[in-house]
Design a protein around this ligand. Structure first.
Ligand code: HEC
Ligand code: HEC
Length: 266
């Protein structure tokens, strides 16, 4: 064999090995070799067509049972990385199983879809690098925002006509766990800042948390009244903030505020 033949033979062996190795799934099997499943994402959900298209074209590859893997995704080690993203992506949010999520979970995911796209954390950078048209555009983000905020719109700050029970920290803790822990924890910064001691604290003051400029400059002291307004609609209270989530039920808001107050030792 001359040199060129050796190189070609070497390449063929490497390719064959890679294709074989792609049958191994060190980071989980995303089922890419199986025929593409039929079905739609967000099954029966009431989603505006524009939002559905964005999610289908820019997110479904990792967040549904209908990925469209490119050819090179069949070759190890790329296949392993692609599979890892898909397996992890589906775990975080599977748009093919939307109907099976509780209403609360759907609300939380919608808020996260909005914040992940607004902050350009999603699609993942490695995906945008290859699918360069997959960056979510400003009009798309607007459409997602009105979808995500619309469903439980018109924050009811007035509490008009709704007889409230006395605020209760135990109920508040349950509501906190259900609604807030997707993004917050009491003691660690996650997508949102840590919340132990937030009651009585100045807004935007956790030193190592990356706040929006709007909240950093807001100069609010968190108390019953300001937290109530915040939870009813952060963006109405302080325009331009990064928390895309609100609590529609007045009772839940007062309970959560009481819980935050107690966990601050106040
Ligand atoms: C290349 C694969 C990939 C693409 C494409 C992708 N994601 Fe993700 N996504 C992931 C992975 C992996 C995770 C879990 C790890 C993480 O949060 O970074 C995730 C997590 C998420 C989460 C949950 C975050 C959390 O904190 O629970 C949301 C919401 C999300 N993605 C939305 C989107 C949206 C919206 C799009 C399309 C605009 C999108 N993703 C496109 C891979 C992807
Ligand atoms: C989808 C993610 C998300 C959810 C769900 C969420 N938050 Fe937030 N929260 C954030 C982000 C992000 C910020 C920072 C906002 C900014 O910098 O503009 C924040 C900020 C806050 C602040 C201001 C803290 C400070 O240091 O000034 C409070 C108070 C707060 N959240 C309470 C809550 C409560 C209570 C819940 C549950 C009812 C909740 N959040 C649910 C993402 C979320």
């Amino acid at each position: 064999m001359n040199r060129t033949h050796k190189i070609i033979a070497g390449c063929l062996v490497a390719l064959a090995t890679s294709v074989l190795l792609a049958h191994a799934h060190p980071f989980g099997d995303a089922g890419l070799a199986a025929p593409r499943q039929q079905g739609t994402i967000l099954q029966h959900a009431d989603v505006p067509a524009a939002v559905r298209t964005t999610l289908e074209t820019k997110c479904a590859d990792c967040h549904s049972m209908q990925p469209r893997p490119p050819l090179y995704a069949r070759i190890a080690p790329v296949s392993w990385l692609v599979e890892r993203d898909i397996v992890e992506g589906r775990k975080a949010m599977n748009l093919s199983q939307w109907d099976s999520y509780s209403a609360d979970k759907q609300e939380e995911l919608k808020a996260k879809i909005l914040s992940e796209t607004k902050l350009h954390k999603m699609p993942l950078p490695q995906y945008r690098f290859i699918h360069w048209s997959s960056t979510v555009t400003a009009p798309e983000i607007d459409a997602i925002a009105s979808w995500a905020r619309g469903s439980t719109a018109s924050p009811d700050i007035s509490t008009a006509g709704q007889p409230l029970m006395a605020a209760d920290a135990v109920r508040g803790k349950l509501a906190f766990e259900k609604r807030c822990t997707g993004c917050h924890s009491l003691d660690e910064n996650r997508e949102g800042p840590h919340l132990r001691g937030v009651y009585g604290r100045a807004s935007g003051s956790v030193p190592n948390f990356g706040y929006s400029a709007a909240l950093r400059q807001a100069r609010i002291t968190w108390d019953d009244k300001t937290l109530e307004h915040w939870l009813a609609g952060p963006d109405e209270f302080v325009p331009g903030v990064d928390m895309d989530f609100h609590v529609a039920k007045p009772q839940e808001r007062v309970d959560i505020v009481r819980f935050l107050k107690e966990s601050a030792g106040k």
